[in-house]
Design a protein around this ligand. Sequence first.
Ligand code: GDP
Ligand code: MN
Length: 402
Amino acid sequence: MTIASAFAAGVRIRTLVFLFCFNALLYMSFSVLQDDLRALASYHLYSSSSANVTSNVTGSGTIASNIVQTDDSITLAPDLSPEPQISRKANATLVFLARNSDLQGVLKSMESVETHFNQRFGYPWIFLNEDEFTNEFKESVQLKTNASVQFGVIPSRHWYQPDWIDEGKAEQARNALKAAGVIYADSVSYRNMCRFNSGFFFHHPLLQQYRYYWRIEPDVDYFCQLQYDPFDYLEDNNKTYGFTIALEELGQTVTTLWQAVKEFMEQYPEYIHPNNALAFLSDNGGETFNLCHFWSNFEIADMDFWRGEAYTKFFEFLDSKGGFYYERWGDAPIHSIAAALFLDKTQLHFFNDIGYQHSNIMHCPQQPAFLTGSCTCNRVLSIDYRRYSCLPRYNKMLNGKW
Ligand code: GDP
Ligand code: MN
């Protein structure tokens, strides 16, 4: 072999190697794309028309905003404009109950909500407190958003322990819970807060003009860019109550709650929806409470439900038992039990695509919902299928599958 032919053979081999690698790369990219498309094709969050997905924020340049889904197929629509545009705005507000001392945690949560959602949607914020907010609180909060902000004081009768509560009995109960090592066992203010969130926040004058709310608490984190309006989603799909995390309650805080609920069900059977979600709350047809509830530090829901006849009667009935003070009934089980019993179970909604963390518990979307936004959470750490999560029970109740 001459030097020239050896060189030519070398070039041919290098060309062949290059072509082989190029094809392998092409094939791998195609497989990844196929996987993503398969995942998108099984993405069934939006059960109604494609208009819901694209009407609110258009052309944001991300995969989620370009999803167009018909009943059985999914395609990617062209990205028409670089900036998100809001084409409608729900009758909704972001509600934040806080103390002046919560300021740093409040600002942290606001930052997270604004960057992941509200900068693009501009929903108004409402802050509530049983005391006046300080100027420092108001000024700092106002600086965190371009949306409107209002500050409200809670009427005393909606907050403080009522006179008809036997304080001696309540104190004994607090001490007993404390001895049992239960969190917030001896806190009266925590009980005021739980009762207020259960029965009164939606009656506050500042909230009267609104139907939907998103509840925010101090020190929470959001992880995914939300590409659609969750309020519009509820309205368009006839949903009433949305959650991200479902958990078991501490049994000692609700010892007699289910007994009271059973009494209510007997007395007012007309309020129990025939297609209810009782199976989420009870594993034995309603005899006992399995402690499952939606974690109410995150809620996106319809206040007209809380303002309606069934819930009004329910709250008054439970309040009259004194369990907010004689035990430590939380607003989470109260809201959840009502939503599960009085609504059609299809009116509940798991906001799977909202990555969210409160204290050390986190929900991070799994495939395929992970593809709907740029989420920064670690999917492996999501609470969904871990101990104490009630999501499997929720799924079973809804679809018959854990
Ligand atoms: P946890 O989430 O159950 O641990 O309870 P938090 O301490 O986060 O309280 C729940 C919500 O109620 C948060 O938004 C708090 O800022 C608020 N909150 C709790 N206690 C009080 C209180 O005494 N006064 C006011 N104004 N807000 C409170
Ligand atoms: Mn909290």
